[in-house]
Design a binder for this molecule. Structure first.
Ligand code: F0G
Length: 465
């Protein structure tokens, strides 16, 4: 079936090209800008409606169709990305789609966090429940399918760990070869193990993520290797679909706020694109605010907004234990800025201690996430304290990665070994109390019934007959 009807539009100079005409680094040859994928029905940047012949998909027909596909046994219908394929016609032939039945992720409420913050409800859309444990799967199914259709044999990415895990898995499914560049010693073991398990050629470079990107850019410029970092706009077409799925789960009631972590700064803009397309097509009546939260040690967007109102990016030497977002020179910062401005969201930064506390709180609700995902709750606390999020407003946190991605972090936290003494001393008295209640270090005992029972008694305040 022929379904592709898209072009790429430069987000800087507005130049439009055919998808197949894009260069290997996905940058506009005239102005170095990144591309957006656009369709005949897309709205124009100035908000104008497109050409009159651009048949707008019908909102209620789409809702019905997406719902119907839920009961189908076809793999593309079971995928929580391709179920929405009417709004991402990026491959000519659906036979080329590579899917692991990604998406379809749960939406949980966080009653204890809501109560603690005095908000009516906070929900968590858990993208860590994807096949490889992160939101990257939704983007990878899209871009890898394009790579396959265009006949590439090799794909590559630079990664802080989750993109590489996702790419390796999808490449393996498609029988393509994959090359991963990761910063040596700076990614979580769970993620490194995945890329090996799925058979990628894994290259650890003695540099940071930004250094890996430089080497990768050279590589794809010289060899016929398909670039799968988030500068590839097809990734973002997949990553916009959780916005559709979320609204479906909320019965098309639009929440006030969406909060996402910011690293290379593509995902916030992908979701904002999804919301604005739904708005344009009449599926929703307004778009939620999309806010982006960075770690203090990897805060180039936050700094740039503070220091020059986002005129220019101020790259930083990134350092945070939330290794997924340890990025100092994010490629998609302009797209992120646009997402903040078009939706009315904010950019905040959070400390290492605030991240650890928020992660423990999310874990204590029986949900869990990796450290980078927890910046969402930590950032929300700040937005509430600043009066930017009202108590009656509905907030959805996007949890981007599974808790098992970085179990070392979790174990260190609970054993009280995550922070230096100096860092511990910076924690406020009230947060110290919260940490103390949340920390659950394992207890090591001799296998003697009396000793075990005595310990349990003291822990559980058990009185037995
Ligand atoms: N959360 C997690 C768990 C991530 O892995 C990433 C990015 C982000 C948030 C930030 O998303 O880059 O779109 O702003 N990880 C990339 C990787 C960089 O290589 O896995 P972003």
């Amino acid at each position: 079936m022929k379904v592709a009807t898209h072009q790429l539009r430069c987000t800087e100079c507005g130049a439009r090209i055919a998808g197949s005409a894009v260069n290997s680094i996905f940058r506009c040859p005239d102005c170095n800008g990144l591309y957006d994928v656009i369709y005949p029905w897309s709205s124009l940047p100035n908000g104008d409606t497109p050409a009159s012949d651009s048949k707008l998909p019908n909102a209620s027909a789409l809702r019905w169709l997406w719902q119907e596909r839920r009961t189908s046994t076809m793999s593309i219908d079971q995928s929580g990305v391709w179920r929405f394929r009417d709004l991402l016609p990026i491959v000519d032939d659906l036979e080329h789609v590579v899917t692991l039945r990604e998406g379809n992720t749960p939406l949980y409420d966080l009653p204890r966090a809501s109560k603690a913050l005095g908000l009516d409800w906070i929900l968590a859309k858990h993208q860590g429940m994807n096949p490889t444990g992160s939101f990257k799967d939704t983007g990878m199914t899209a871009a890898l399918s394009v790579a396959r259709e265009r006949g590439f044999e090799w794909v590559a990415c630079a990664s802080t760990g989750n993109t590489s895990a996702a790419m390796a898995a999808y490449a393996a499914r498609a029988a393509l070869r994959s090359i991963v560049f990761i910063p040596e010693g700076k990614i979580a073991w769970g993620k490194l193990s995945q890329s090996m398990d799925y058979g990628a050629l894994t290259v650890q470079l003695r540099t940071d993520f930004d250094g890996c990107v430089r080497v990768l850019t050279e590589l794809v410029s010289r060899f016929p290797i398909y670039l799968l970092n988030s500068v590839n706009p097809y990734r973002l077409e997949g990553q916009k679909t959780p916005a559709f799925e979320l609204l479906e789960q909320l019965e098309w009631q639009v929440p006030e706020h969406i909060v996402v972590p910011g690293g290379n700064l593509a995902n916030g803009s992908a979701l904002a694109k999804g919301f604005s397309e739904m708005h344009h097509l009449g599926l929703i009546s307004r778009v939620p605010k999309v806010s982006i939260i960075q770690a203090e040690g990897a805060n180039p967007l936050y700094r740039s907004l503070q220091e020059n109102n986002g005129e220019e990016l101020i790259p930083v030497k990134a350092n945070t234990r939330a290794t997924a977002i340890r990025i100092g020179n994010p490629a998609s910062w302009r797209k992120a800025l646009r997402a903040l401005r078009t939706t009315g969201g904010w950019c905040e930064q959070v400390s290492e201690q605030e991240i650890a506390l928020a992660k423990a709180e999310i874990g204590s609700e029986g949900i869990g996430c990796e450290p980078a995902s927890a910046v969402t709750l930590a950032g929300l606390k700040k937005l509430v304290a600043q009066g930017k999020v009202g108590r009656e407003e509905r907030v959805v946190l996007i949890l981007t990665g599974h808790t098992l991605k970085d179990s070392n972090y979790t174990i260190d936290y609970h054993r009280g070994e995550l922070f230096t003494e100096e860092e511990n001393a910076q924690i406020s008295g009230s947060d110290q109390i919260l940490h103390a209640a949340l920390r659950k270090p394992p207890i090591v005992l001799e296998p003697d019934t009396d000793i075990v029972f005595r310990e349990l008694e003291s822990q559980m305040k058990l009185v037995h007959a």
